[in-house]
Design a protein around this ligand. Sequence first.
Ligand code: ATP
Ligand code: MG
Ligand code: FE
Length: 347
Amino acid sequence: MKVLGIESSCDETGVAVYDTAIGGADGLRAHAVYSQIALHAEYGGVVPELASRDHVRKLLPLVRQTLAEAGLGTGDLDGVAYTAGPGLVGALLVGAGVARSLAWALDLPAIGVHHMEGHLLAPLMEDDPPQPPFVALLVSGGHTQLVAVDAIGSYRLLGETLDDAAGEAFDKTAKMMGLPYPGGPQLAKLAESGAPGAFRFARPMTDRPGLDFSFSGLKTQVLLAWQKSDRADATRADIARGFEDAVVDTLAIKCERALDAAGCDVLVVAGGVGANRRLRAKLQAMCEQRGGRACFPRPALCTDNGAMIAFAGALRLRAGQHDDDAVRATPRWDMASLPPLAAGRES
Ligand code: ATP
Ligand code: MG
Ligand code: FE
């Protein structure tokens, strides 16, 4: 089954074609992402109306480009998947409108995909994919969640952030230290040249039981250290390293607890912060020590992309699920309310 995937929940326009008949990493026939970073940079954050308008401009050309790269025509497609939520309502409606219109014109089934289910399933697109049950760590710009995955489509929230998401903490901390927008990846790059241990920050909420997170206080701790420092380039790198180590340690401690609680040794990691090299190495080592493994998407598929939407949508369409003809966006949407994959046909 060849499924066109469309992602437009925030500031990336993503389009892909995934073929379940091929499966694995080769099943991804083509994918393209257009990032609006330059558009929003001067405002220091995403401007929702500008995001919607840019999706309008970029989406159809990107669909044409992706189909051409896959060597496919619209007549070769078997279904359309699009991000229905959560995200910015205007941005979501652009993707939903285009996806629904294509599906209607081509007489294909279409399905609205939960953006975080897309992130969560992205590692399963790689070769040698893990099988549920496993524990998933979702670490992105808007979410930090530990999820027990009993089966594909059956998600139980084990813990989540009480304030900032991990990616948000990376971005805000970077901004405080004067790094250009968007700061997360820049801060991670800077941390590579920082001295480990020169600055030590708290590992929030690891001194008590539980699987929730809080990154807002850590951000403030870093701000105070930065303000008190000589603000030299080398100091900034040292602070960046101290911050990254604190976030990575905190995530690793909670992941290990979640694996213990779930009685499981397989961890799936997804979302933009999953591209972080030190986090990948730490979680891999932690899981291997338990005789298990940590599974990540390739770094390009950690941040927003159409491939994860094509893949998640393809699994549901293949199971006979699809939506009705209405153009719907769901800006707030609880992943635990999703139907299990084996739910059978919906109309
Ligand atoms: P959500 O998926 O929760 O709606 P989002 O789609 O904006 O949020 P993603 O695209 O998954 O988030 O990820 C973007 C986030 O990942 C940003 O906060 C960014 O700073 C962070 N990020 C990307 N690369 C790295 C890295 N190497 N190290 C740390 N953070 C990173
Ligand atoms: Mg983004
Ligand atoms: Fe995302």
